[in-house]
Design a protein around this ligand. Structure first.
Ligand code: NAP
Length: 324
């Protein structure tokens, strides 16, 4: 008979690995499905968004900073040290209408588990330009997270650009304006989507300006960004803007395709909904942690905290139901 796992964790970012560390130490003998690398259109790698981040300077415990990939390697090592088993496959679909739950992998295998933690994260949306993605993955000054990368010395006292007109673009611009000489928000319309209060807070800053009705059609620079090529959405005119950093803030997409038809409740933006005050989803025994269930904070440290909560919630639930 096929083994029934106590706990399967899907995802291998800070939330997934932290859940694995806690679950392994609680003798739940977890299996972590870490996924397989793919392009979407930027690379999506096991380890999640931190695999595309150069320096992480805001995770407590690393006073000198650490690279995103190195940090994820350390998380993984720590999870393995306590016996987490790792499978390099994607989960492609879930059947939560039966118990034990059944998860089908990309190879067509079916894994069974009493409890599941969903920690598949969210991917930043990119404009999709070849040079944008190239410079984003090589530390060339293009990033999808100003809070993660914006305070790096290379961006200090420089002219930087932010693409997007939502609350994230406002928040990231205000954050960058603390270090940059100037921040230009590039927005494709003549009105921002952001809340009025965040618009005001950001646009009132003396070193923030908006390039209205503009889209980025190319990013110029070999090893480091030197400029962006803009196209006016009204006149079609092209112009160039010299910048030393480009921050793309055009939303995120939670990685939930594999949950289609599985009965999980989502919020209006497609993120997994959690019951109040814990990591429990609407399906008993299925928990979620990290960016897949959090469109607001999206930080490595908050994702790790949620992973810890999910493992503790799963352990309690398994014990209560006699599966622990
Ligand atoms: P968002 O509200 O969906 O805004 C995305 C922005 O990017 C929009 O202005 C959109 O333009 C633009 N955009 C989308 N695709 C584009 C493309 N291909 N090229 C150029 N521009 C593009 O996303 P968000 O700003 O990340 O916010 C997500 C959610 O988090 C929102 O509910 C927001 O309120 C919330 N949030 C709250 C806070 C806070 O309260 N502190 C902070 C951050 C985020 P259009 O406007 O033309 O569609």
């Amino acid at each position: 008979m096929q083994d029934i796992e106590k706990l399967i964790i899907i995802g291998s970012g800070p939330a997934g690995w932290t859940a694995a560390i806690y679950a392994a130490r609680a003798n739940l003998n977890p299996i972590c499905y870490i996924g397989v690398p793919r392009q979407n259109p930027a690379p999506v790698l096991p380890g999640g968004q931190l695999m595309l981040t150069t320096e992480v300077e805001n995770y407590p415990g690393f006073p000198e900073g650490i690279t995103g990939p190195e940090m994820m390697q350390q998380f993984q090592k720590q999870a393995e040290r306590f016996g987490t088993r790792i499978v390099g496959q994607d989960i492609q679909s879930c059947n939560f209408s039966t118990h034990p739950f059944e998860l089908t992998t990309s190879k067509g295998d079916v894994a069974k588990a009493h409890a599941v933690i969903i920690a598949t994260g969210a991917t930043a949306n990119w404009i999709g330009l070849e040079n944008e993605l190239r410079l984003a993955t090589t530390g060339g000054g293009v990033s999808a997270c100003a809070v993660c990368d914006g305070a790096l010395p290379v961006f200090r006292d420089q002219h930087l650009a932010v693409v997007g007109g939502g609350d994230t673009a406002m928040e990231e611009s205000a954050f960058l304006a603390k270090f940059a000489s100037k921040v230009t928000i590039i927005h494709r319309r003549d009105q921002l989507r952001a809340s009025k209060i965040m618009q005001k807070h950001t646009l009132d800053l003396p070193n923030v300006e908006v390039a209205w009705n503009k889209t980025v059609v190319d990013v110029i620079g070999d090893e480091k960004i030197e400029a962006v090529l803009l196209k006016d959405t009204v006149t079609g005119d092209e112009s160039s803007l010299e910048v030393k950093g480009l921050f793309v803030a055009i939303g995120h997409t939670p990685a939930t395709d594999f949950l289609e038809g599985a009965g999980i409740d989502f919020d209006d933006k497609g993120y997994v909904s959690l019951l109040t005050r814990n990591s429990q989803t609407n399906i008993e025994g299925v928990f979620a942690a990290g960016d897949v269930a959090d469109q607001e904070y999206r930080q490595a440290v908050t994702a790790a905290g949620m992973g810890c909560q999910a493992a503790m919630d799963a352990e309690r639930w398994l014990t209560e139901k006699g599966f622990g």
